[in-house]
Design a protein around this ligand. Structure first.
Ligand code: NAD
Ligand code: WQD
Length: 342
């Protein structure tokens, strides 16, 4: 009997890749997404890759009545992967209430229904943003969290706290928060990938759009950091590797392998790469011209961070497998596909 998993935000960037891997692993998926930051055509792309069209319901999870009605309609759900959230750091500074309302209410509506319907398992999308600029690198799970730099970051910290407190009094509930580092790349089929609205704030979509001729040049924000080449360092994780971490986390929950009923894991490669390293690798693997210039630092940016993934490796038995080269190439193949570049 196939186990049914609810994937919220499942037509989004990370959600769509995870739905593919869940279906490939034999799970039955129902997606909830309000399409505020994704497109319905993603369902057909998922079907093309995995041979299965997931069930889909379009509504806003911050609406309690609609969320309750959804769970009444789908009584067989055994676990939830909760991706649905607003995620633009800059926008969250401009619209803090929208971010708190959407990200916190959606989680609480789901938790209410887990309790009401006896659903025991949730995997939650958290972020390395909860660590801010860590004092010691690499970042382990015992590295203290720092006060959030943005309302978006704060929603991730608060959601983790809500989960911790909820699990404390609901001993039958098991949750895993995955703290992603910087997800990049696309599915090797180039049928799904990241679809940023407007001018991309994140590095890799800006690189691929510049290479595709949509942007004049990439601005590298700062070359005076205390790093080997002066540009900032991040841990860039392939989105398919990241998707697989969710499958592994779901199996851990369903098989009752947890050490305690609220766990969190760093999900990264364990390697830091600078902005310039990324740019040079992109040029080298694609052979495409990428105009760039160095400009001043971006406000709110941290200097360097990368994950210690020992816990995820040993406890989850998960490890990032893709190289930076193939990941950047996959991002470029996706950009070429959506821009119809031969
Ligand atoms: P995304 O915007 O591509 O996907 C999120 C999806 O959720 C979208 O399809 C959107 O339409 C949907 N959604 C948002 N609010 C909703 C609501 N109230 N009801 C129903 N659907 C709603 O984002 P992503 O990059 O795939 O991120 C997924 C999750 O991972 C988010 O929680 C994000 O905060 C987290 N995360 C992302 C990154 C990153 O760099 N992409 C890093 C760390 C953590
Ligand atoms: C990476 C590096 C930039 C664009 C963000 C969120 C974080 C998490 C992941 C969700 C930085 C530099 C970028 C450009 C550049 N998301 N850069 N020129 O800032 O590490 O993290 O996404 O939880 O919360 O803050 O990712 O891709 O924006 O930047 O030089 O045009 O690239 O300064 O050093 P970031 P990013």
């Amino acid at each position: 009997m196939q186990k049914q998993i609810l994937v919220t935000g499942g037509t989004g960037y990370i959600g769509s890749h995870t739905v593919v891997e869940l279906q490939n692993s034999g799970f039955k998926v129902v997606i909830v997404d309000n399409l505020s930051n994704s497109e319905i055509s993603v369902l057909s792309a998922i079907e093309k890759i995995s041979g299965i069209r997931p069930d889909f319901e379009q509504f806003d999870l911050s609406d309690k009545t609609l969320t309750d009605a959804f769970f009444d309609k789908y009584p067989k759900i055994e676990a939830i992967i909760h991706f649905a959230a607003f995620k633009a750091v800059g926008e969250s500074v401009e619209k803090p209430l929208e971010y708190y309302r959407n990200n916190l209410n959606s989680l609480m509506n789901l938790l209410d229904n887990m309790k009401r319907c006896g659903i025991a398992h949730m995997v939650f999308s958290s972020s390395c943003t909860v660590y801010g600029q860590p004092d010691i690198l690499p970042v382990t799970e015992s590295t203290p969290r720092k006060p959030a730099e943005s309302p978006y970051g704060n929603t991730k910290a608060i959601c983790e706290d809500i989960l911790r407190d909820f699990c404390k009094v609901n001993s039958q509930t098991n949750c895993i928060a995955l703290r992603y580092f910087n997800p990049i790349g696309a599915h090797p089929s180039a049928l799904i990938g990241e679809l940023p609205l407007g001018v991309p704030a994140n590095l890799v979509p800006f690189i691929t759009q510049t290479a595709a001729g949509l942007r004049k040049e990439l601005s590298i924000f700062g070359d005076d950091y205390n790093t080997p080449d002066g540009t900032a360092i991040r841990d860039y994780i392939n989105v398919v590797d990241l998707a697989m971490a969710h499958v592994v986390a779901i199996n851990r929950l369903l098989n009752n392998n947890q050490k305690n009923n609220f766990e969190f894991f760093n999900i990264g490669t364990g390697q830091g790469n600078s902005v310039l390293q990324l740019v040079k690798t992109f040029i080298q693997v694609t052979g495409v011209n990428l105009p760039y210039k160095i400009v001043g630092r971006r406000a709110g940016d941290i200097e360097k961070t990368w994950a210690d993934t020992t816990l995820a490796n040993s406890e989850l038995g998960w490890k990032a497998e893709k190289t930076l080269e193939e990941t950047l190439l996959s991002a470029w193949m996706w950009e070429k596909k959506i821009r119809d570049i031969k």
